[in-house]
Design a protein around this ligand. Structure first.
Ligand SMILES: CC(C)(COP(=O)([O-])OP(=O)([O-])OC[C@H]1O[C@@H](n2cnc3c(N)ncnc32)[C@H](O)[C@@H]1OP(=O)([O-])[O-])[C@@H](O)C(=O)NCCC(=O)NCCSC(=O)C[C@@](C)(O)CC(=O)[O-]
Length: 306
């Protein structure tokens, strides 16, 4: 079978946002800034810096403005800084910092939508529509991410028709990109491909990105399955950090190091220096006092030490 893979893949490191939003310890703004600096030093060109959500719901993102202010001094023009925004209140707080991309985040599961952003799927689209319009009016890119595209912590399996429906609504309000997220990492390759196929009813493959958590150890296989369909952008998290406060039991995102190792091994470029990436993952893991969640990072560190 001959499969044609993209020559280059864009890695969106989401560790400063998804990676840290669920931490029980308070992560100082300076540590987040250092993580972002380390990622950029490793060659990461797109990252999720923070979310502009309610600090009562996600206290770890409460320093969103302070972080963006701190980053302003060293902001790189060739790096895209994305922020998550759930409503106009979040947009007004975020726009002061001129992010390169606004991420609106919906769900293919009604219950998860209620638990995560306190409204139904249709209500969320009503909230996102003015955000997308305001962002576009200011020349800022809009990406729509869909949570629970294969499984939901409350509803179980999700029908691909739900993914198609939310994709349609997000595209209608102006999403230029659609992220297919396996929030709790229950997906397997064919299920992920079915979710992607459903989204393709309303969006082009060039608009798609993948966001796979690794709870069941399937994230790298799911990444490959999406890659085989032509997806060329993936959300990943250095050291495999991550989790959603409203998806109990879900572990981190697929580790950036693991995806980069796989892609480079397949002859696909990312622009990322794996050794420097490992340093970034080690520094944040040490700060958090937890083992590095990347298999590749652990293997490279062990090799260096032997
Ligand atoms: C969406 C809301 C705000 C609705 O929350 P709500 O309580 O329904 O909102 P509200 O409009 O009724 O406002 C209530 C209070 O929150 C304030 N408020 C309202 N909006 C904002 C805002 N933007 N920024 C700051 N403050 C805000 C508002 O001003 C008010 O303040 P009060 O009068 O009580 O003092 C809330 O549910 C929320 O913040 N949820 C957090 C969602 C979240 O961050 N989840 C984790 C990220 S999603 C994820 O991880 C999945 C993803 C993307 O990674 C992909 C995947 O893996 O699936």
């Amino acid at each position: 079978m001959s499969i044609s893979y993209p020559k280059h893949v864009t890695i969106v490191d989401v560790s400063p946002r998804d990676g840290l939003q669920n931490e029980s310890m308070t992560v100082p703004t300076a540590v987040k800034q250092r993580l972002i600096d380390d990622l950029i030093a490793a060659g990461v060109k797109k990252l999720e810096a923070a979310s502009f959500v309610s600090p009562k719901w996600v206290p770890q993102m409460g320093d969103n403005s302070a972080l963006l202010e701190a980053l302003a001094a060293t902001r790189q023009s060739d790096v895209s800084y994305s922020v998550l925004v759930p409503n106009m209140r979040g947009f007004e707080n975020a726009i002061v910092h001129r992010p390169d991309e606004i991420v609106i985040f919906g769900s293919a599961s009604e219950t998860f939508s209620q638990k995560n952003i306190n409204c139904s799927i249709d209500e969320s689209i009503e909230r996102f529509a003015p955000v997308a319009a305001a962002a576009k009016a200011q020349g800022i890119k809009v990406r729509g991410v869909i949570s629970c595209t294969v499984g939901c912590p409350y509803e179980g399996e999700i029908d691909p028709s739900q993914v198609a429906y939310v994709t349609k609504r997000l595209v209608e309000i102006g999403s230029e990109q659609i992220g297919i997220a396996d929030t709790i990492g229950v997906g397997t390759p064919l299920k992920v491909q079915r979710a992607l196929q459903a989204a393709l009813e309303y969006a082009d493959i060039t608009m798609m990105s993948g966001h796979f958590h690794d709870t069941y150890g399937q994230a790298l296989s799911n990444t490959l399955a999406a890659l085989q369909m032509g997806v060329s952008e993936f959300d990943t998290s250095v050291a495999g950090l991550g989790g959603c406060p409203y998806a109990k039991g879900a572990t981190g995102n697929v580790a950036t190091e693991d995806v980069v190792y796989m892609l480079h091994g397949m002859g696909i470029s990312t622009g990322i220096n794996l050794d420097k990436l490992v340093v970034a993952g080690e520094r944040i893991s040490e700060f958090l006092g937890r083992p590095n969640g990347s298999n590749v990072a652990r293997a490279l560190i062990n090799k260096r030490q032997s």
